[in-house]
Design a protein around this ligand. Structure first.
Ligand SMILES: [Zn+2]
Length: 397
């Protein structure tokens, strides 16, 4: 299927980029254009545009910074300005809802009164580029060589999956999910081309239990200025596996899961979902393409079509996973994140996969990351991967 979308780019009042991804008429054929002007008086409230405007003359660059943790070898961005961001506003003040028809002013982020899928730069970014500053600009905290500091270069974007405030990703049509996949792939390519970006991460946090600050169905995209710790560990493992066997680790894992079969929960022509053999969360499932693919832009049209179907089926089952004492299913709070090959490092070792997991261990009960997990990074699972897989299989149509 050739999925038609129209991509329309504009700039918000503080110069942040906003892109409409339209799959419906009259927009997709160009018969009409989405509203492009943003009349809001956005000022120096910590927006990325204000950061940019202020940048360029100080010896220490303006904008978010990150410090190197010499104890772990990881970069820690300091996003102190994010403390002021909007927290769980009511539906009538939701910044992701479309503008109210007939009103000439809206405090929402999207100028038009309706949209299909929209992506825009986060007003409260953890990572932002500063023109005139090189990504590898480095200085020392307190003049000590032990503590390198760099600008937290990169980009943070918000993806609105639908203009309906009370919807959920799982309730989208396959066609709309397909448009979201196009948006993810488009942004992965665009962010990878930005100066200093080393890895692109598309993800969705869903549910208050995960710390979501806006209920409107949305996800985020981070363009990181480093390879993330999780990916760095995966690349180390993949490299060792390749040195030992000459093979790709994630390909072998998928083949082994398919051979064992006990943790496979879903198979479609192009995708396989399985609970990983050493899953650490109370609910965790990985969705991987059957073909070796580094990232979302490398997927074919057929793989993207099939992904929309497979992902919706997976989310449907996850929302039935736990049932409250009165028998009603509990919408699962979850984090869904796309693991993609980094922009430069280890591209031939990495392989695309989606990881969906939850902190919910029973209806109304959360798994807290306590002493062992938080203090030592040493995980103890409360269940077994086989039990998670059995439950997900039981919920098959
Ligand atoms: Zn909303």
């Amino acid at each position: 299927m050739n999925h038609q979308i129209r991509r329309t780019t504009t700039r918000l009042a503080d110069d942040r980029e906003l892109i409409y991804f339209d799959d419906s008429e009259p927009y997709v054929s160009g018969g009409a254009t989405r509203r492009l002007d943003d009349p809001r008086p956005l000022g120096d409230d910590g927006g990325a545009g204000a950061d940019r405007a202020a940048a360029g003359h100080a010896p220490v660059p303006e904008g978010p910074e990150m410090r190197f943790d010499v104890l772990t070898g990881e970069w820690i961005p300091l996003a102190a300005h994010r403390m002021n961001r909007t927290f769980l506003p009511p539906a009538n003040a939701c910044p992701l809802c479309p503008a109210t028809p007939g009103s000439d002013y809206s405090d929402g982020e999207i100028p038009d009164t309706a949209y299909d899928v929209v992506v825009f730069e986060n007003r409260f970014p953890s990572f932002a580029s500063v023109p005139g500053t090189a990504p590898d600009t480095e200085w020392s905290l307190d003049g000590e060589a032990l503590w390198p500091v760099r600008p937290a270069f990169g980009r943070c974007e918000v993806v609105c999956f639908t203009d309906r405030h009370d919807a959920a990703f799982a309730a989208l049509s396959p066609q709309r999910v397909r448009t979201v996949i196009e948006a993810w792939a488009d942004r992965t390519t665009a962010l990878a081309e930005l100066d200093g970006v080393e890895q692109v991460f598309c993800f969705e946090n869903r549910g208050r239990e995960i710390g979501v600050t806006l209920n409107h169905p949305h996800g985020q995209i981070y363009g990181y200025p480093f390879v993330t710790p999780r990916t760095a560990a995966l690349l180390r493992q993949s490299e060792a596996h390749h040195a030992r066997t000459g093979r790709k680790l994630l390909t072998d894992v998928l083949e082994a899961e398919r051979r064992a079969g006990t943790r496979v929960v879903l198979e479609t022509p192009y995708w396989t979902a399985y609970v990983p053999a050493a899953a650490r969360w109370p609910v965790e499932v990985h969705l991987a393409p059957n073909r070796d693919v580094p990232d979302l832009p490398a997927l074919t049209d057929a793989e993207r079509d099939d992904l929309a179907i497979a992902y919706l089926e997976l989310l449907r089952r996850l929302d039935l996973f736990f049932v409250s004492p009165d028998g009603t299913p509990v919408p699962l709070p979850y984090i869904a994140g796309w693991h993609q090959a980094p922009v430069r490092e280890g591209r031939d070792l990495a392989r695309l996969h989606l990881q969906v997991f939850s902190v919910l261990r029973a209806a109304g009960k959360l798994k807290y990351l306590a002493g062992s997990e938080s203090g030592m990074g040493a995980w103890v699972s409360d269940t077994t991967p086989e039990r998670i897989a059995a439950r997900l299989r039981e919920l098959a149509p």
